[in-house]
Design a protein around this ligand. Sequence first.
Ligand code: 5GP
Ligand code: ZN
Length: 114
Amino acid sequence: MEECIFCKITKGEMDAEVVYSDDRVVAFRDINPQAPVHVLVVPRKHVRSVFDLSPEDYDLLGRIFQVAKRVSEEEGIAGSGVRILTNVERGAGQSVFHLHFHVMGGRQMHWPPG
Ligand code: 5GP
Ligand code: ZN
């Protein structure tokens, strides 16, 4: 099976601008940013989407949100406004099938996102 691009990035086999990394989670800048700050927070474990997590993985979600907060603080957007979202399947806009959370800010975010 062709390995997915986010697995390659988390393993360091493909370049990305990594802003945070630990034994379970990696955060890197989106290649096509939709806001002044647009970071993807990704588990090292390959999971298709948030719906494919098993109960043993749920603490990983907490860890991901801790990292999202830390990155937001480091990027200087924690106080001004941060959108954290994950797309599930193509109809919602998912294009990379390795779980990731978008962490976006640095501009006024609009609602609904469309
Ligand atoms: P999705 O559409 O699945 O919610 O989000 C996938 C995101 O990954 C998109 O915002 C897209 O710009 C980003 N992306 C796709 N390929 C790469 C890549 O090779 N490197 C980086 N840094 N981001 C990528
Ligand atoms: Zn993967």
